[in-house]
Design a protein around this ligand. Structure first.
Ligand code: PGA
Ligand code: ZN
Length: 396
């Protein structure tokens, strides 16, 4: 039984307060986890409250329903208690940040009691034996950096890597190669919130630089590295058009533009190419690009089975981004992954732009046999997950 749930404020990678939870069990199990936080958040995400408020509300409403009431290993029970304590569909009473921290901490306490790694506890005995390919954010802008690219994330996708470790090092090498290419062109660049380079260049130049960086690293490592994007198009859409620094595009033009990019750069992955309400536009694009490219819904689906079901009905995508804090509990997250899988959608587990040293998503990706995980390329809060993946692979 869970004997104690503690909540406190800790720092996230942007220097903002976030919620950390600790769960202790009667038999001595212990788990600790912290909530991440988005900047380009989807309109339909569960609600993040200010950390202090979320902690006070969770202490009052949720903690009494968990302490002495549920087993840490009973993830459905813990998460049902959180849902019941909150009573709203979007965790606006206790905050999805409190909910997800407690949910993840309970999972870790459950794993600790079994003496098993978290991925084993979450994935069970019949888990597959594949490992996720990390998508590395190497150039970015949008809501993650001022005066940089319009497209939020240019990603390296080392699809040919023989191991997670090789893929992780390849992404870091692409990140370094981008720095070299920027220096060669005398383009100064700071880093955005996720550690990607954030140069003040047009998207067209960013494509050229990333493509070249990938070529260089491919030559070194000898396996296939493709490119991916998170367009985060909801942030560009003004209700009528997609507004870029140098041009505007109608929905049809946006679909043509993205389909052209998929072809020109052989994109392995395109996330949120259209607005978060445009299921039809998503479907039209998905129809055009074919199965060589994942069209992934982040702000579109927000890890929510109701929204995913709508998307499945119209063929909106072939992939879903999975962020536990978008929905608030690990049980809801697993439900979204299961629904996706049953309908041929690939789950891609993801960090947020505001992160901590928490490594839960690395275990979640392994537990669910996700083909990809998006968790940056460099920077301590990103390497926490990447290095955890290297360890899991080495010890599996
Ligand atoms: P966010 O960005 O964490 O700021 O929402 C990540 C993403 O859009 O994938
Ligand atoms: Zn996104």
């Amino acid at each position: 039984l869970v004997t104690e749930v503690r909540l406190r404020r800790v720092l996230d990678s942007r220097g903002n307060p976030t919620v950390e939870a600790e769960v202790t069990t009667e038999s001595g199990g212990f788990g600790r986890a912290a909530a991440p936080s988005g900047a380009s958040t989807g309109e339909y995400e569960a609600i993040e409250l200010p950390a202090e408020e979320a902690i006070a509300a969770a202490r009052e409403r949720a903690v009494p329903r968990i302490e002495g009431q549920v087993y840490a290993g009973d993830q459905r029970g813990v998460d049902a208690a959180l849902r019941g304590a909150d009573g709203t569909p979007d965790f606006s009473a206790i905050g999805a940040n409190s909910a997800v921290a407690v949910s993840m901490a309970a999972a870790k306490a459950g794993a600790d009691m079994l003496g098993a790694p978290l991925y084993q506890h979450l994935g069970g005995a019949f888990r597959g034996d594949s490992f996720p390919t990390p998508l590395g954010n190497v150039v970015g802008g949008g809501e993650h950096a001022a005066d940089a690219t319009d497209i939020q994330e240019f990603l390296a996708a080392p699809v040919g890597a023989p191991s997670v470790a090789d893929a992780v090092f390849a992404n870091a090498a692409v990140h370094a190669a981008v720095a070299d290419l920027l220096a060669e062109r005398d383009i100064p660049a700071a880093k955005g919130d996720e550690g990607a380079w954030a140069p003040a260049v047009a998207d067209e130049e960013a494509f050229a630089i990333v493509a070249k960086a990938i070529d260089r690293v491919e030559d070194e490592v000898g396996f296939d590295i493709r490119m991916g994007l998170d367009v985060a198009a909801a942030e560009l859409y003004d209700g009528e058009r997609y507004v870029y620094a140098d041009t505007e595009r109608t929905t049809d033009e946006q679909i043509d533009y993205i389909a052209g990019l998929v072809e020109d750069y052989d994109l392995a992955y395109v996330e949120d190419p259209l607005d978060e309400d445009d299921y039809e536009g998503f479907a039209a694009l998905t129809d055009r690009v074919g199965s060589r490219t994942l069209v992934c819904g982040d702000d579109l689906f927000v890890t929510n089975t109701t929204r995913l079901r709508e998307g499945i009905e119209v063929g909106a995508a072939n992939s879903i981004l999975v962020k536990p804090n978008q929905i608030g509990t690990l049980s809801d997250t697993f439900d979204a992954i299961e629904l996706a899988r049953a309908n041929g959608y690939d789950p891609v587990v993801s960090h947020r732009s505001g992160e901590t040293e928490d490594t839960t998503i690395a275990h979640l990706a392994v537990a669910t046999d996700a083909p990809f995980i998006k968790t940056g390329a460099v920077g301590g809060e990103r390497t926490a997950k990447l290095n955890e993946l290297i360890r899991i692979e080495a010890n599996a």
